[in-house]
Design a protein around this ligand. Structure first.
Ligand SMILES: *Cc1c(COP(=O)(O)O)cnc(C)c1O
Length: 491
């Protein structure tokens, strides 16, 4: 069963939690019990079968055959190569490449299964409605969600992104999506304003009622939806199984993970994997210049009222880190009353946790951050040292890992979650590799080819020929205008 982090709802089945996306009166769904799983029992299984075993205890209302169909996406060629999430040895550590899906970012790992999870959830609830998926994106979620939901019967998707806040490749990836049921809106504001406006829509009863007349219900494909988080737990098990197989860890020995973090979904999945019994040692949270989380782990003060920076790792340009609420729920000893107080809207995203909770947080996670210069330098140094190219997000993680090593000298085998292909951010990566001067590439599209020539890495399928594909029109709107726009589009 699932319950709300704010104590305002409990006893919900998985299908209900996934359909609703978030708790209508505020709060996020969390499993009321975190099941345990013996990783040894997964040895020798394919990714698909590991996914099934890891996800199934969280989905008791789904039949086994339904779940089998859902996880088949990991074996049907949607992800290139035979391994959807290879653990690549780089230097003395491992890089878990989570970007072999159709959009070259890790969000495919979950967004390729969410539409099926949702479809089956609706069936289980006997809901005879179509779904309207609303997504706020800082860049990568948008395209991954569009790809997952395009051309699906009974499902419409609208993606909202901050105008000027995503990379040219990210933007073009979104606008070249096929499908009559896919819509894109550029919101005037930064990602937080965009996300907050979309969250408000979920709480708007008037719009909900109007859509209901059209047999349309809202759901969310953001990582506030449990159906997004759950598939992400799988690849931490998969990483460990590979580390054992590669002889990097002795069975049972711990493995550290470093996660480039924005909305805290990916790292929260690592935390759940550890709670399930996977031998994870230190969990390391890496932020970019929007280092609200680093400050929190140092002080216990969550202060989202601060300057917002647009960085070269845009998918981490987040100050209101949604899934952090799930983390604090666990760290406070599941104190829903406390969570409700901290997240009360009158605090406007700023609160201080008690010393006991802070201690729990600090014991569970090590946090650090990297500025823009550090990030570019890390891309260049890593390439020189290992001939391995990091995208700017993963480079942030690499930098924080180096800082962690200097601070602790912890020799535990460590896996860095690599969240995007470097080609997704080619010109920034090239700036790291070659410096600002004498740019040999004219635009983002040339940068892709140039990076490919330089590194002899292939451009991922999903990024090839993007500049040639027809684009769909993008609607523009103010954060306050979203409700009206949706009403116009769907009622
Ligand atoms: C979304 C994203 C992140 C941040 O992940 P969260 O789960 O939101 O913390 C990091 N890197 C890339 C490339 C992303 O797309």
């Amino acid at each position: 069963m699932y319950e709300s982090t704010r104590g305002n709802l409990s006893g919900q089945r998985a299908s209900q939690a996934i359909t609703l996306g978030m708790v209508p009166s505020g709060g996020l769904f969390v499993p009321s019990i975190i099941p345990t799983l013996n990783w040894q029992d997964l040895q020798g299984l394919s990714y698909r079968d590991v996914a099934k075993r890891v996800m199934s205890p969280y989905l008791p209302d789904f039949t086994e055959s339904a779940l089998s169909k859902i996880v088949n996406v990991y074996a049907d060629g949607t992800f290139d190569g035979s391994n959807p999430a290879p653990l690549v040895s780089v230097g003395s550590f491992g890089v878990l490449e989570l970007w072999h899906g159709p959009t070259a970012a890790f969000k495919d790992m979950a967004l390729q299964v969410l539409p099926d999870l949702l479809k089956d959830s609706l069936k289980l609830l006997n809901l005879d409605s179509d779904v309207l998926i609303l997504v706020a994106t800082s860049g990568d979620t948008g395209k991954a969600a569009l790809e997952g939901f395009k051309n699906r019967d009974g499902m419409n998707i609208v993606v909202f992104y901050p105008e000027g806040g995503v990379s040219p490749v990210q933007e073009r990836q979104m606008t070249t999506t096929e499908g009559m049921n896919t819509h894109i809106v550029a919101v005037k504001g930064n990602f937080d304003e965009c996300q907050t406006a979309v969250k408000r829509i979920f709480a708007s009863d008037t719009l909900k009622a109007k859509l209901q007349e059209k047999k349309l219900i809202f759901s969310s494909a953001n990582s506030i939806n449990w159906g997004r988080l759950l598939p992400q737990i799988v690849y931490y098990f998969w990483a460990y199984l590979q580390a054992v197989e590669q002889g990097k860890v002795v069975p049972g020995e711990t493995m550290n993970v470093v996660v480039p973090t924005g909305n805290f979904g990916n790292i929260q999945a690592a935390y759940y994997a550890k709670r399930m019994g996977l031998p994870i040692g230190q969990i390391i949270c890496a932020s970019n210049k929007n280092n609200v989380l680093t400050d929190f782990f140092a002080t216990g003060i969550y202060q989202s009222q601060r300057d917002f920076f647009q960085t070269i790792s845009p998918s981490m340009d987040i100050l209101v880190s949604s899934n952090f609420e799930r983390f604090l729920y666990e760290m406070s000893g599941r104190n829903a009353e406390q969570i409700q107080t901290w997240y009360d809207s009158k605090n406007q995203g700023t609160f201080t946790v008690d010393p006991a909770t802070l201690k729990q947080c600090q014991d569970a996670v090590y946090a650090g951050w990297a500025d823009e210069e550090d990030t570019l330098e890390t891309i260049s140094q890593s390439y020189k040292a290992y001939q391995y190219v990091f995208d700017p997000h993963t480079a942030v993680a690499m930098k924080v890992y180096n800082d962690y090593l200097s601070a602790t000298n912890d020799q535990t085998y460590t896996v860095i979650a690599s969240t995007a292909s470097p080609f997704k951010f080619a010109s920034n990566v090239l700036t790291g590799l070659e410096g600002e001067k004498d740019k040999s590439w004219k635009d983002e599209w040339e940068a892709l080819d140039y990076l490919s020539k330089l590194t002899e890495w292939e451009i991922p399928m999903g990024l090839q020929g993007l500049d040639q594909k027809p684009e769909k029109s993008v609607k523009a709107c103010e954060p306050e205008g979203i409700a009206e726009l949706l009403q116009k589009m769907f009622t």
